[in-house]
Design a protein around this ligand. Sequence first.
Ligand code: F6P
Length: 558
Amino acid sequence: MSDLTPIDPTMTPAWEALDLRADTFDPDLREWFAADPQRTQKWTLSAADLYVDLSKNLIDEDVLDDLLALAEQTNVAQLRDAMYAGEHINVTEDRAVLHTALRRPATDTLMVDGQDAIADVHAELAKMYAFAERVRSGEWVGITGKPVETVVNVGIGGSDLGPVMAYEALAPYVQEGLKCRFISNIDPTDAGETTKDLDPETTLVIVASKTFTTLETITNAKVVREWFLNALRERGLATDEASTAEAISKHFVAVSTALDKVAEFGIDPANAFGFWNWVGGRYSVDSAVGTALAIAIGPEGFADFLAGFHAMDRHFAEAPARENVPLIMGLLNVWYGNFLGADTHAVLPYSQYLHRFPAYLQQLTMESNGKSVRRDGTPVTYDTGEVFWGEPGTNGQHAFYQLIHQGTRMVPADFIAFANPAWPLADGDADMHELFLSNFLAQTKALAFGKTSEEVRAEGTAEEIVSARVFTGNRPTTSIMAPSLTPSVLGQLIALYEHITFVQGAVWGIDSFDQWGVELGKVLAKQIMPAIEGDAAALAAQDQSTRALIEYYRKHRG
Ligand code: F6P
C-alpha cells in the first residue's frame, strides 16, 4: 500500500526554485529559436501516434529540471502506480480509480477488492459488442419487426459528454443508416426537440447513468418512455400490459453500475450493461457508457478506440520522465497556472469533428481539479484547476483569438490537427485541408514570434496606430498532430488529457476523482421545487433573491 498522504507542494525545494525562477523569467521565443536551431527537435516528443511539439512553450532546460523535480518531490509517479494498481486513491469516496483497466488486454489480470477487474471488463465488453453487432446487423428488431435506425442516448455529464463527443469525432466511421442522438439537459426543450421527428418503431433508447439516480437523466428517461408509448399507442400498438412490457424491452436498454435501480425503472436487467464504481463518470466513455458509440462505429472500431487509450496509458507509465508527454504537459500547466499567472487554458482543435472536445475536456479537467482542499482535507494555499475552454479552429480565430494574441492575459493553448482530412475537398487548385492547416500553423507562429513595432512600421503603417498593430509574441502553445483522426487516435487524445489532469492533481495533492462540489446545488434544487409549485412555507424559507425570482416566474408563467 502506498502512502497517499498529500505533500504541500509549496513546501518543496522545487516549488521554491520555480518561484525564484519565475521572478526573473524573461522568455524570448524569437531569441531562443534563433540561438538554438535544434530547439524544435529537442522539444518535440512522440506518444503513440501523436507528434507533440512543445518548442513554442515558455520553457527552457532549467524550468524543465525544476518541474520534473517538483513531480518527484510530490510523488506523482508513486500516485500513478497506485492508481494503475487499483489502490483507493479516491480517498474521499474510498474507491479505486481504474479507468486504465477498461482498456487493458484480456490476457492481463488485475485483482481489485478480491475480483479480477480485467476479466470483468472483458466479459462486459463481450456482452456490449454482441449487442452492438445485433443492432448493426438488423437482427435486433423493434416491436414491429423493424431494425434500429436511431439510437437515443439519455444521460448527462460523463454519461453524455464522452459518447456525444466521440460519436461526432468519429462520424466517418459510423455505419450508414444508423444515427445517434443525445438527450442530456433537463430543459424540456432537449427531449422535445430530439424526439419530435423520430419514429418510435425504429428507435432504441439507451438510458446511461452510473448511479441511475441523476434527476436529469431519470426525468428525461421517463419523459422519453412516455413519448415512446404514446406514439406507439397512436398507432394501436402497446395497448396492454404485456405488449407495453415487450415494447420497453425491445426499445429501452440501460447502462449503469446500479442494476437494481435499472430494474426498478422497468428495464429488464438482461438488457443492461454494467460497469464499476472504480470508473469515474468523466472517465467512462471507454466503458459500457460508450454503448451508443460501439453501435455506431462497431465493435472493431470500439476495440481500436480502447487500444488507443491503452497505448497512451503505457506511454504514461513507461516513458522516461523527459520524454513523457502527459507528465510534461501537466507540469507545464502547473508552471503557467501557479508561477506565470495563467488562469485559463485553451484547447483549439483544427478539426470540425472535434467540435465537442473542448466541452468534454471541461468536465474532465474542471470536475477533476476544481478543488480547494488536499486529499487529507487541509486547505490549499495555491491555485488549482484552471478554466479549460475552446472551439474548433478556424471559427475561434474569428471570435476570441484577438484576446489570445493581444490581450493582457496569458492563455496557454493546445492546437490539434491531422495530416489527412476525411473530406478531401478543393477550391479550384487550392486543397481546402491545406488552407485549413496553413491557419493552424500561422496561429501558433504569430503567437510565438509576434510582430515588432519595427516590422509594423516597415509596412508603412501610420505611427499613431503602430502600437495597436504590434504583437508581443511569447504566447505559449503546444502543437499536437497525428496522421488522421481514427478511433485509436481519439482514444490516445482522451487518455493524454486524462493523464495531464492526473499529473496536475497529483502535484497539487488533491483528490481529482471526487466531485462533491456538484452536490449542494442538486440538494437545493429538490428543496426549491415545492416553492416553485406554490408551497407558501417552502417559498418563505427561501432567501430574498431566490424568493423574488420564484415570484417573478409564477407571475409570468402563462
Ligand atoms: O453531477 C456530476 C455527476 O455526478 C458527474 O460526475 C457524472 O458524470 C454525472 O453527474 C452523471 O452521473 P450519472 O452517470 O450517475 O447519471
